[in-house]
Design a protein around this ligand. Structure first.
Ligand code: PRX
Length: 638
């Protein structure tokens, strides 16, 4: 089997691209016709970017799990759908064929129904990277419940905020998770979160680490016991809930420039079609290949390119529980060799971190199976790109640099492996259906090549964000209000002489630390909760491995704390409690005041320069209320 809409040459890309913009409804309608629908759609697209209002395949009825599982059973029931590689290389890996995945998803969908879950209910999933996580996600989709996966690195407080925002009454978790040398006590973190969420009715707990945990009678049940009940009842198939194209499929919380993470909502049909299309075209996936995306399903990359994209294409998706450097820096290469991985899709941070170990961990590893390499999540520097190309791809694997966001659902700008040209550190060309433009501060479109600007998108692709959960106005102001009639990405970009795009990084107050999005306001709010802190300002600075590090300037009551080292540690504890360890500042500098304008606005530009070590390029400080504070901050730089 091949994919009828797989682009096979640069010319085909050009004609697909031209058609996608000239006749978007015909273009996407034809691709959609290859999927399984319970009822054909009545209208392909209706949109405006003012409200905003975007609807694709209106009136269509489907269930994404029928497309991801059922439709493959006849021809590839015995083919692996998921290969799971555990954290510990000495533990056996697991394989789930499409038939086995079908059985498990149906079984767990019955468990959900037995526990009172209905279509439209929000279910929070807080699990490690085990097959049960993928099963839970798919079972939610099968019953029509809206999943909201929360990354295992978030704190109880962050979970509680998300549970409250989504009013999620159901939780699926595990006793614990293994990640490298650490055990993460997931259930105990959930228990802390639930103190603030009495509305949660049911917590389903799967066994992984079998650490002692509290189980509250009437609320908490074991996954395995619930499965036994379904077996006893003799229940097998689970008729999928028939969903409308525009019914929400999931919510995924992500950071923005304001303090509170927002729940990005994706809709069933458009998300399915676009993740499938980009999976097949960007990676040039061939049936039977092993696709290894190293992301966590707690992030959008895992949703789109571990679960929904590969499975909707009838592919084999490898999921890995651990981290690249444990038990040593050969772990990825061992996995590639062991499972004969064909496509490796990872983050620049992982590449840079592996680069720091040199090439010894790669020695003697057979990476011949690799055909395509990919990167995602942050700009890749040329050095890392070349290292990846030479040492991992041996100069023969195209590298796709995929630019996209939680809000875009799937890749928007990327080369197509081996089909369109690659260029180190460039995402290159837009996918069909994607109309990027660069605009200046005033919103004027910048034409021509060799230009930089703020990256916007002019027309909707099928998996564009539909709303921010419970607050549509927030969706409008965040993405559609900065520039008229455009979706604003928050990123800056450069367009070269060939029209290739290079993403230069965020132009708003969002940091990208190890490929994780963190809002500076969120970190400031957390630091400001710490006793003794009067105020703070957080900026990013270049970090060799993480891409960006977090630098916090903190005003402490009574000037500086008596024991600065201890107070820094205390503040890190508070940030870990409030957000999670991923948001811990790398540097904390205590200052007597922050550089502010007379109207009280913090001049972040100055703080950014200081954090970056560009002390000579601070620029004009005469508009500051107290220019003297700048000298003090420069002198005290950590
Ligand atoms: O700044 C861009 C960066 O990651 C941001 C989106 O983060 P998130 O929603 O967490 O999704 C990450 C995975 C898709 C973007 O606004 N980003 C993502 N991919 C790239 C990138 N920056 C440069 N190059 C990329 N390939």
């Amino acid at each position: 089997m091949s994919y009828p809409y797989q682009i096979k040459s640069f010319e085909e890309y050009q004609s697909a691209y031209a058609k996608s913009l000239a006749q978007p409804t015909e273009f996407w309608g034809e691709i959609a016709s290859y999927f399984t629908w319970r009822k054909h759609w009545e209208m392909t697209l209706d949109w405006n970017f003012v409200e905003p209002h975007v609807r694709w395949f209106m009136g269509g009825k489907l269930n994404i799990t029928e497309n991801c599982i059922d439709r493959h059973l006849k021809d590839r029931g015995n083919q692996p759908a998921l290969i799971w590689e555990p954290n510990d290389p000495d533990e056996a890996h697991r394989v789930l064929t499409y038939k086995q995945l079908y059985d498990k998803v149906c079984q767990f969908a019955h468990v959900l129904r037995n526990n009172g879950v209905k279509k439209g209910d929000r279910i929070c999933i807080y699990m490690g990277m085990t097959p049960e996580l993928a099963i839970a996600v798919l079972a939610c989709a099968r019953i029509g419940a809206i999943h909201s996966v929360i990354f295992g690195g978030f704190s109880a407080q962050s979970i509680a905020d998300r549970l409250q925002d989504a009013h999620a009454e159901f939780i699926i978790t595990s006793d614990g998770a293994y990640r490298g040398g650490k055990d993460i006590p997931l259930k105990s973190i959930i228990d802390d979160a639930l103190i603030a969420c009495p509305f949660v009715k049911r917590v389903i707990v799967s066994t992984r680490t079998r650490t002692p945990i509290s189980m509250i009678k009437g609320r908490d049940v074991w996954w395995e016991d619930e499965i036994k009940k379904i077996e006893t009842l003799g229940l097998h198939d689970f008729e999928p809930e028939i969903m409308d194209s525009e019914d929400p499929l999931f919510i995924l919380y992500t950071s923005g420039s304001t303090g509170k993470p927002k729940g990005v909502v994706h809709a069933c049909a458009g998300y399915m079609i676009y993740t499938n299309y980009t999976f097949i075209n960007v990676f040039q996936y061939q049936p039977g290949e092993i696709h290894f995306c190293t992301a966590d399903i707690g992030w959008i990359t895992g949703h789109s390119y571990i679960v929904y994209g590969p499975l909707s294409a009838g592919g084999t998706s490898l999921m890995f529980e651990g981290i690249p450097t444990w038990p040593d820096a050969s772990r990825f290469w061992d996995i590639v060799e062991k499972h004969k991985v064909n496509i490796l899709y990872t983050a620049p941070t992982a590449i840079r971190s592996l680069m720091s170990f040199g090439t010894a961990p790669l020695e003697g590893k057979n990476l011949d199976s690799l055909r395509v390499l990919g990167t995602v999540g942050e700009p890749i520097n040329e050095e890392a790109w070349h290292w990846y190309n030479t040492n991992v791809g041996k100069g023969k694997c195209p590298i796709v640099d995929t630019w996209w966001q939680t809000e875009t659902g799937g890749t928007l700008i990327s080369n197509l492996a081996g089909i369109t040209p690659a260029k180190a550190s460039y995402a290159t060309l837009p996918m069909p259906g994607v109309e990027p433009v660069l605009v200046d501060e005033k919103g004027e479109i910048i034409t021509g090549n060799n230009v930089s600007g703020n990256l916007c998108l002019r027309s909707p692709w099928p998996s564009i964000i539909r709303t921010t959960y419970g607050d549509h106005e927030r969706c409008r102001t965040n993405y559609f209000a900065t520039y008229h009639n455009m979706y604003f990405t928050g990123d800056g970009a450069y367009r070269d002489e060939n029209g290739f795009y290079r993403i230069t990084g965020r132009v708003d107050d969002v940091l990208n630390v190890s490929g994780h999005r963190i809002g500076t306001a969120e970190v400031e709010n957390a630091i400001n909760m710490h006793a003794g802190v009067i105020e703070s300002a957080v900026v990013g600075f270049p970090h060799d491995v993480k891409g960006q590090g977090i630098y916090a300037f903190v005003v402490y009551s009574g000037d500086t704390p008596a024991d600065a080292h201890l107070s820094r540690q205390d503040i890190l504890q508070t940030v870990t409690r409030v957000i999670g360890a991923i948001a811990k500042p790398d540097k904390i500098q205590f200052v007597s005041g922050l550089p502010k304008t007379r109207s009280g606005k913090i001049m972040r530009r100055i703080l950014r320069k200081i954090a970056e070590g560009e002390l000579e390029q601070i620029g004009d400080t005469t508009t500051l209320l107290d220019p003297g504070v700048v000298e003090e901050i420069k002198a005290g730089r950590v």
